[in-house]
Design a protein around this ligand. Sequence first.
Ligand SMILES: Cc1cc2nc3c(=O)[nH]c(=O)nc-3n(C[C@H](O)[C@H](O)[C@H](O)COP(=O)(O)OP(=O)(O)OC[C@H]3O[C@@H](n4cnc5c(N)ncnc54)[C@H](O)[C@@H]3O)c2cc1C
Length: 322
Amino acid sequence: MAGVLVFGDAPRGRLTRTSLEVATAARGLAESLGEPLVGGLIGSGIEGAATELLAGGMTRLFTVDDGRYEPYVGEEYVAAGEAVVRACSPSVALFPHTLNTREWVPRLAARLQTGLTTDCTRLSVEGSRAVMTKPVYGGSVLAEYVVHGTPQMATVRAGSQTATPTAPAGRLERLEAPRAPSRVTVLEEVAEASGSGPRLKDARVVVAGGLGVGREHWHLVEDLAAALGGAVGATRAVTDLGWVPSAYQVGLTGTSVAPDLYVAIGISGAVQHIAGITAARTIVAINKDAQANIFTMARYGAIGDAQAIVPAFLERLKQLRS
Ligand SMILES: Cc1cc2nc3c(=O)[nH]c(=O)nc-3n(C[C@H](O)[C@H](O)[C@H](O)COP(=O)(O)OP(=O)(O)OC[C@H]3O[C@@H](n4cnc5c(N)ncnc54)[C@H](O)[C@@H]3O)c2cc1C
């Protein structure tokens, strides 16, 4: 049996926005290859999320639903992923690129003795093979890969695809996966303090600050994020200094974001930072140095002191809304 298999992601039973984006990309591949689209979802209490994921257009969606998948343990996901792959023997298998899939999907590829391209931003078909494109060297080069082995596996970057849901017509099929002999026991989960805004990865608006904001004025970044209903991000220089937790870091060694709007305040635009925002749709930069590299990426720029510009902008927002 062949087909394109796409996995969704439903932490705590809630389907992520990226799942339908990746499903849409998978549907395009399946159409080009002339193969059926099949889905997979692993988690605990995921029936609602699975029904939602059917809008991706798959004919069958395998669910592996059990309490042991929450909290996440890599070994269990590898065993469940293997069960789904063996149930449908796909030619291509796609996954959203997340912190968890970064761990368990390479292990699954090794177990299936096939290849994997991680963090792809574009997928296409040449002949009967999937071509997987991803930015390398800090985003300065786009590299194309083909995978030798079956299934051809790839993880897909959040925000790199546009979700276009269809009327769900497929059916759910529940699978049991063998229990993995785990060497890991989760003793406790401690939620990271992340404020009340949306998660950085899924946010449609991100307001990020760099060293130019200054520690004592950091509240300006948070105030603007709150006013725009966005998430707060930061450069590595800021997280290294401990102004905010490292989970806020955007960039090559932090989170890659893909919001509709990215506001960069007091950020120089180092190549490692830019690598994390290439999928942002509109970038607005505020920087007092007109030569700052961030302006080469920005659609709109304000040259000047953030301490003057951000409060003025907040004031104007307040006026417009009152
Ligand atoms: C291997 C490696 C991985 C890395 N990974 C990452 C990563 O993932 N993410 C990341 O961000 N960085 C990363 N870095 C660090 C990166 O190279 C830069 O050092 C960092 O991004 C710079 O942060 P910044 O823009 O806050 O600071 P700076 O480069 O110091 O820039 C501060 C900016 O603020 C402006 N400014 C100053 N005062 C004001 C003011 N009052 N109003 C307005 N503007 C003002 C200045 O003109 C300047 O442009 C990495 C580096 C290495 C070597």
